[in-house]
Design a protein around this ligand. Structure first.
Ligand code: GAL
Length: 708
């Protein structure tokens, strides 16, 4: 069989059809190996176009001498590569590549599409995207273009092809990054191009206008369309009474399809030319703020998805204690890494801040040790590499006070730079045991997390309680799983739900469900999986309509209960819910559950006019169990307690880590990192051997232990 696959690849190569082979034979270790010699090579961004050419040699030599193994080039350099239309200049890139090579640095090469040159946007202003106030974006920033505009695609094709021809077989180039943190700058694009394309896209989806009318429920408020051409882009800024939620969901799907197709366009161009040894990725930014960028839509186009990480921006969840603004969001680092890794099996951090940043809410100095801890956390999560953003602090432009590895004088290693150097040395020293690829304990607590952007967007389009943030709801479950030490994989609805790989499956507020999906949940449980569903799950069909049946009717057999009503409260008058004699508070969502015989009640409401009504139920089914958590408790505390009980009932050992302490296992080493403002003593067994750090895990601390 192996021979057959090989033969197939060779024939495609001979026919010039490499694009069909997506290169997904790349693994974490082959990508790491292409970037350096260490288990997790570390690199740094360099912008030759921002520095005088006589400093390049000095800078890259310095980079290499500090232990960095690769650099990252050119994502914003279009105007330097093509200063005038059709006049390409790659000599400077040739030169920097040969300097990199001379200094033993590998290179991640980028396509420069987030920043078209001024000649291009001046010649074709129609490629500039338009925000919801119908204001066109202009030259002088970045990410201001319509990625899938045919004119832009044409210029994208030219520059990407030139780059691929020149560097697609260059020894120093390990792989390619498409664009930079790809998303439509103003999030929703309201350009005339989008307005014209939307009906075309809708026609492909719905085929007939009657079917669209039915799916969008346009008989409500006399919104019925006679033809696709009558349809405008749904825009909340132009609809005082709110837009049709089904139209909005379609628009969101349309937007993320467009971005995915523009990335696919670039990936296919590259793959036609570049060597099979070079891989293709892109660097996704904060998933929470860019819900129209669905990395899973580019699964087949990328070898893997990488992600970017600025932990002290102040816009993300953190512990909330005295030092948390300096330690940053460990939850987000973990979540982003595991989400990106779920696309094709592994990830790397393409950008990690090396110190203070300039664009966050308050931009504090990181706590001494924090930068090193972030790198160790990436290691614990199994990342293939980490890349520092950036090597030198810029002297001009929008990010002047953004720290680099090197300070403004161009030679002094900054405080955070020193922590990078320390982490590079430490990781080299601990000598990972590459034959230890599995932790038996981690395998038993491996948890799948069902993830779907349609679902999140549909809730966001109508939260029902203003504080029902679907991301926060998911984060509460995710944080609980991390405090239990569970490795998490995010699955798509079409993925296999295999209980022998994922003994636990968490399905948070999965509002849009099809009968097929519900059947997959049934099968998962029958085959021994432990399924945990939360409130709102299966409330609607895939059109986003309620069922013509009792509330959430299609899951009654699965959960062994019915859900008659749900309640919301003001935050300042929370309700009570009781589990194992402990009282928890809630206010955002509370289902009233009626269990069938044989279904166990785990928690009930402790007050309100429906006191004693069940809020959480659990049942055995087939070889597995189903737990339905119908309430969203404050801080996810009840959820954490229930998850612990489900794992305990299943006989699976879990950690009980304090909030914002994280752990991960890699090659025989268990790493603990502490993002909280307090110190904690680790509870270790006599056979566990500490090889780095201490039993006392201080804020910003790292402890590495040889253990399962
Ligand atoms: C990232 C972006 C980089 C740079 C960095 C500064 O989000 O991808 O290009 O702007 O922020 O922190």
């Amino acid at each position: 069989m192996k021979h057959k696959i090989f033969l197939f690849a060779v024939i495609l190569g001979m026919l010039g059809l490499n694009s069909i082979v997506t290169g997904q034979s790349n693994t974490r270790s082959s990508v790491a190996g292409s970037l350096g010699k260490d288990e997790m090579p570390i690199g740094a961004y360099y912008y030759p176009e921002q520095w005088s050419a006589n400093q390049w040699e000095r800078d890259l030599k310095h980079m290499s001498s500090l232990g960095f193994q690769f650099t990252h080039l050119a994502e914003f350099a279009w105007s330097k590569m093509e200063p005038e239309e059709g006049h390409f200049d790659f000599e400077w890139l040739d030169k920097i590549l040969s300097i990199a090579q001379k200094n033993g640095l590998k290179v991640i090469m980028c396509t420069p599409t987030p920043t078209p040159p001024a000649w291009l946007t001046n010649k074709y202003p129609e490629i500039l995207s338009v925000n919801s106030d119908l204001i066109r974006q202009e030259h002088g920033s970045r990410l201001h273009v319509i990625y899938d505009h045919p004119v832009y695609l044409n210029y994208t094709r030219k520059i990407v092809t030139e780059l691929a021809k020149r560097y697609g077989n260059h020894e120093a180039v390990a792989g390619w990054q498409l664009d930079n943190e790809p998303h439509f700058g103003p999030i929703y694009d309201y350009s005339q191009f989008a307005e014209k394309q939307f009906p075309v896209w809708l026609k492909e989806q719905y085929l007939t206008i009657d079917s669209l009318n039915q799916s969008w429920g346009t008989s409500f408020w006399s919104q019925t369309y006679n033809s696709f051409e009558q349809i405008k882009l749904p825009n909340a800024a132009r609809a005082a009474q709110g837009v049709n939620p089904h139209a909005m969901l379609s628009f969101q799907r349309f937007m993320s399809d467009r971005l995915a197709s523009a990335l696919r366009f670039q990936a296919e161009l590259l793959r036609e030319i570049i060597s099979l040894k070079q891989w293709v990725t892109t660097n996704y930014a904060y998933f929470k703020f860019l819900p129209l960028t669905d990395p899973f839509k580019n699964r087949a186009d990328l070898d893997y998805a990488s992600h970017t990480m600025y932990l002290t921006s102040g816009f993300l969840n953190s512990e909330g204690g005295l030092l948390s603004h300096r330690l940053g969001s460990g939850l987000e680092l973990s979540f982003s890494a595991e989400l990106a890794a779920s696309v094709n099996g592994f990830t790397g951090i393409m950008e990690l801040q090396p110190g203070q940043i300039n664009w966050g809410a308050i931009n504090p100095q990181p706590l001494p040790g924090a930068v090193r801890m972030w790198i160790w956390h990436a290691y614990a999560l199994g990342d293939a590499f980490v890349c520092a953003y950036r090597f030198r602090q810029p002297l001009f432009g929008s990010e002047q006070t953004h720290k680099g590895i090197i300070d403004t004088d161009g030679v002094t290693v900054a405080r955070g730079g020193k922590e990078y150097v320390q982490a590079i040395k430490e990781i080299k020293q601990i000598k990972p045991n590459s034959s230890k690829t599995n932790s038996a304990l981690d395998n038993r607590r491996k948890t799948a997390f069902l993830w779907d952007y349609d679902n999140i967007n549909d809730i966001e389009n109508h939260r029902h309680h203003q504080d029902f943030d679907p991301w926060q709801h998911a984060y509460d479950y995710y944080a609980a799983l991390k405090s239990m030490g569970c490795p998490v994989t995010f699955l798509q609805r079409d993925d296999a739900f295999d209980p022998s790989i994922y003994p636990f499956l968490v399905v948070p507020a999965f509002q849009l469900a099809s009968p097929e999906l519900i059947q997959k949940w049934q099968d998962y449980v029958q085959n021994g999986g432990h399924l945990i569903l939360s409130c709102r799950t299966a409330k609607k069909d895939m059109n986003g309509h309620l069922w013509e049946a009792p509330n959430q009717y299609p899951i009654y057999d699965l959960i062994g209960a019915s859900v008659s009503e749900f309640d919301h409260l003001p935050a300042n008058f929370p309700g009570k819910v009781v589990f194992n004699n402990e009282q928890f508070l809630w206010y955002r969502w509370g289902d009233w559950i009626k269990p069938r015989p044989m279904t166990e009640v785990l928690a009930t409401y402790g007050d309100q006019f429906y006191a004693n009504t069940p809020a959480v139920v659990h049942r055995q089914q087939g070889k597995g169990t189903v737990t339905y958590i119908g309430v969203w408790s404050n801080g996810g505390k009840l959820e954490k307690a229930v998850l612990n009980e489900v794992f305990q009932k299943a006989g699976v050992e879990v950690f009980d880590l304090p909030e914002y302490v994280f752990t991960g296992w890699r090659n025989g080493h268990r790493v603990f990192v502490n993002y909280s403002s307090q110190s904690f003593s680790l509870l270790l067994k006599p056979q566990d051997k500490i090889i780095l750090g201490d039993v006392l895990l201080k804020p910003g601390g790292v402890t590495v232990v040889e253990m399962d």
